[in-house]
Design a binder for this molecule. Sequence first.
Ligand code: HEC
Length: 119
Amino acid sequence: MIKRVIPLGAIFFFFVLVMLNGYAFGASAEENYQFYCAQCHGVKGKGDGPNATETQPVSPRDHTNTKEMKKLTDEDIINVIKSGGAATSKSTLMPPFGKTLTEKEIQELKDYLRKLCKC
Ligand code: HEC
């Protein structure tokens, strides 16, 4: 019994920390990226997250590909994060985050992506 209680307590504690961090101090762009984007776009932004499988018709954008990322304006990036692939004539596999993230968080994610692609 004890064995089950300890990990649950630890998990609960972890979530409290994550929530405190998110609400009280505001999550950084990198934290938001790792939380919301990395499962598809990869921890380092290379488009190779665990959800990006070969059976998918399109791969998530490799955010470290300077040449491809250069083609996107700041507005394009903000738009696709806010409204998702469907709204921007891209794959619907790219979900919309306009209701999940604030305007400021989306702006900061855009800046974070610009750092990844060095463009
Ligand atoms: C469920 C998987 C998934 C998640 C989660 C996801 N994306 Fe994507 N994303 C994709 C796919 C697939 C594409 C490629 C769409 C295409 O090229 O048609 C894409 C494309 C993009 C593009 C390029 C769009 C373009 O016009 O070329 C940007 C920028 C982007 N994602 C940012 C993000 C950010 C920032 C997050 C987290 C807030 C995120 N994505 C979360 C799957 C995902």
